[in-house]
Design a binder for this molecule. Sequence first.
Ligand SMILES: [Zn+2]
Length: 323
Amino acid sequence: MVTYHLMAFSIPQGVLKQINKLMRTFIWMKQERPGQAPSSLSLVNWSTVCRPRSLGGLGLPDLAKFGRALRLRWPWFSWADPDRPWIGLSSPCTSTDMDLFRASTRIQLGNGAKTLFWHDPWLPDGGITCARWPRLYAIATRKQRTVQKELQGNNWIRSLQHIATPQELSDFVDLWGLIVGVSLTDATDTISWRWSSSGSYSATSAYKVQFVGSFPPFATAKIWKAHAEPKVRFFAWTVLHGKILTADNLAIRGWPHSPFCSLCQTHLETIAHLCHECSFTAEEWDLIKLWDNDDSPAPTSTVSIDAYWDSLIRGKPPLGGAR
Ligand SMILES: [Zn+2]
């Protein structure tokens, strides 16, 4: 249901927040507080939960990014299929949506009649004029003209009459050098999508590209490929984020707790202690290794839980160091 709305409207932040709140209560334990609406006890940050699994999340949709990916259908079909009946209606895309759209597309110039000189990615190297030369864009007097109109008789130069500084002059020469080789034809301008092999827009690729530059905080694939019940994999995921409610985390939240490990009663209860340092846990790991015919050495020093996990994945002793 929300997908249809996200496709057609830019949903206000407050509404997204309410929908996210409802989604959170499905995942995390509900917290009842006298005199207040029930809320969820989130252990892992919601923006992390909404990352793809390969990037350390649970793969739930990030509604803001998902909505943006869906809304890009509007500018895409305005270009690719201008006969659609709704073409010409006002677009729900925000300026951020359009920034993503322009960064995701490339225009092959024909007659230049559909392409905006300052805003569309039409330069020979795929660049956008206003992003490449912001100083010139700031002083340009006509910012919404098409490439066709601006290249005709070098009209674009008239738009830059107020060049006053050496930097602006240098930018002008650079722009001129790039434009001088551009020639228009009689064909219509066409557009292609950068993130798919077919060159066509897809909501999936528009969503995924918004996570470019993100890295997983730990090796995630082994968790989700494990032959274990979903609740066990979910627990492992929470452990690796360092968010299970051991005594140290309870102390951070100011919740009542006993500081000592409930197994050995001698050490402080931390995730690293509970999951591999405790003598009781170590016995369990030894048994599992025995069943698995795994003779890799156990860690000899205190290591963080993600370093320990990494060592399990690689089958090598963990490197020391706190998380
Ligand atoms: Zn212990």
